[in-house]
Design a protein around this ligand. Structure first.
Ligand code: LMR
Length: 336
């Protein structure tokens, strides 16, 4: 072939190839983010915000599919799905890590250990928080951030004011031994149930009551099947945002860096909306008139704290006394 013909052929091949490259844009990287709560909760909103940031900032190279309300998986299954790589991102409550073999997170479940978000952030945003996330790595999981929810109320069909009022009440808890101890310390009977099963269990009387921050109580309509809600703030519920380690480390470096930035901003967003969401949910519960809100006197609250301190004593060994003491040092916890 002459040089001229050769060049002509090359130009034709290049011209043919051009539209093909334009069409064959690489498929986006898909992150399936599964969670168990409603969209209008601190976690639900933060997951949606992360999706928005990730898709915008990677210019569509990453697609985040958020599946709320246990649509894809319930509590226990979602952990397994993450390890198997069926989903890539979750934000389970810190009370749900022991079945995975990481009991240390149950320190966050100790009753009355945090008086407010400031005390909590000393832990979640400090070196202990980072050290706890590292414990997930041998499980094939990376912990990216802590997201706040809030402080729990106690609900039931009878008014719970004094410690004696707990006696014999069947109370739904998350899968945490510390929460099991908490409920036993006041004479109630704890029962572990997946979050997606709580409403029905309350409605049918499988359990008498439960504990959760107001945002979860309200968005799951638990207040419609609970006559009383005690404003106790007796414990904290929040999340660790976790990813499948192999997936995350296999991402192109520029994408991973961008997503880390999105997570940082989504975390700030989550922590900014958490208190407001819970305050609004509580106001909505009150307005609905379906449950009666009960305030505790400082003496009544102190009596709960004293009784529930047994959950601290009984779980020192399980969580690790060094970890519990580190949190005490940060928050100044004192049973009396
Ligand atoms: C619960 O099971 O009560 C909570 O962990 C649900 C959640 O994710 O906030």
């Amino acid at each position: 072939m002459k040089l001229k013909d050769c060049l002509k052929a090359l130009v034709t091949v290049a011209a043919l190839a051009l539209p093909m490259t334009a069409v064959a844009a690489p498929a986006p990287i898909v992150i399936k983010f599964s969670h168990v709560v409603a969209q209008h909760t601190p976690k639900g909103q933060a997951a949606d915000y992360f999706k928005k940031l990730a898709e915008e900032r990677t210019k569509g190279r990453v697609k985040v599919e958020v599946y709320p309300n246990s649509q894809l998986y319930k509590d226990k299954e979602e952990m397994e799905a993450l390890q198997l790589g069926a989903v890539q991102m979750l934000a389970p409550s810190l009370a749900k890590f022991a079945p995975l073999g990481v009991k240390e997170f149950e320190v966050f479940d100790l009753p009355f250990i945090f008086d407010n978000y400031q005390e909590l952030h000393k832990v979640t945003q400090g070196p202990l928080g980072a050290k706890l996330l590292k414990k997930l790595e041998p499980k094939g999981i990376l912990g990216l951030a802590y997201w706040d929810n809030g402080f729990k109320v106690m609900s039931a069909n009878k008014p719970i004011k004094n410690v004696a009022d707990f006696r014999g009440q069947k109370m739904r808890i998350q899968s945490s031994k510390v929460l099991d101890s908490e409920m036993r310390s006041v004479g109630s009977i704890p029962q572990v149930l997946a979050f997606s099963e709580v409403y029905q269990a309350l409605q049918t009387g499988v359990v008498d009551g439960t504990e959760n921050p107001p945002s979860n109580l309200y968005t799951q309509k638990m207040h419609e099947v609970q006559k009383y809600v005690t404003l106790s703030d007796h414990g904290y519920l929040g999340y660790a945002v976790i990813v499948n380690k192999k997936f995350w480390q296999g991402l192109p470096a520029d994408i991973r860096t961008t997503l880390e930035g999105c997570m940082k901003d989504a975390t700030k967003y989550a922590n900014d909306v958490a208190k407001k969401d819970n305050d609004e949910a509580l106001a909505a519960v009150k307005k609905s008139g379906r449950s009666q809100l009960i305030a505790l006197t400082p003496q009544e609250r102190a009596a709960w704290k004293k009784a529930m301190d047994k959950a601290h004593k009984d779980n020192m060994g399980r969580i690790g006394a060094d970890i519990v003491k580190e949190v005490y040092a940060a928050t100044g916890y004192n049973a009396n």
